[in-house]
Write a protein that binds this ligand. Structure first.
Ligand SMILES: [Zn+2]
Length: 203
């Protein structure tokens, strides 16, 4: 086989979820299907790998040492919302409910994939939260088993490192437009436990 083709397959097979056979299929597809698209992909990948760094503040991908969102003086510096991925950050930000700062873990605890506390590296997050202006951390990891375990573990670490910081978690519940009849029992149970007062009766 051609050495160039071998090198391509070898590079592809290190991608998550791609074994040797699927790497081979993908390499053949890229070269066979649309050569211009393959070149565009190669250029975009080379450029992204060259220019992107992790934002010094929120850890997401950025072309500048501090990303535009973190540099925005209008952001509330007293609240830091922790998410798993840049995609989660964008989804939350699109809801326009939160004007504070973010921190992107770039993953979650996942013992089966070999991602333990060390691999996740939360020293940067703890240093970020230890700043005097930070009063609340919102743990917005996903509501999967791994996301929940990550939130629990983070809560313990943050409470130990920065005892004055308030730690909250997003509520879980029935989706907007959802009907109870169609919700699964676990979702209903969570919605029940996270129920809130509808009218503030303090008298
Ligand atoms: Zn940032």
């Amino acid at each position: 086989m051609s050495q160039a083709l071998n090198e391509l397959i070898d590079a592809l097979k290190h991608l998550p979820g791609l074994g040797p056979r699927s790497a081979q299929r993908l390499a053949h597809y890229l070269l066979n299907h649309d050569r211009a698209a393959a070149k565009r992909l190669a250029r975009a990948l080379a450029r992204a790998a060259e220019v992107l760094v992790h934002c010094a503040e929120c850890n997401t991908f950025s072309e500048t040492p501090v990303c535009a969102r973190c540099a925005d003086p209008a952001r509330d510096r007293s609240v830091v919302c922790v998410v798993e991925t840049p995609a989660d950050l964008e989804a939350l930000d699109a809801a326009h409910v939160f004007q504070g700062c973010y921190y992107v873990l770039m993953g979650r605890l996942s013992p089966l994939d070999g991602i333990g506390p060390k691999a996740l590296g939360i020293e940067k997050l703890l240093a970020r939260i230890a700043r005097p202006e930070v009063q609340e951390v919102v743990l917005a990891t996903n509501f999967t088993a791994e996301g929940e375990a990550t939130a629990q573990w983070l809560a313990e670490r943050i409470a130990a490192a920065v005892p004055t910081c308030k730690i909250t978690r997003l509520a879980r519940g029935v989706p907007v437009g959802g009907e109870l009849e169609y919700a699964d029992p676990a979702t209903i149970a969570y919605a029940w436990h996270d129920r809130r007062a509808l009218i503030d009766q303090q008298s």
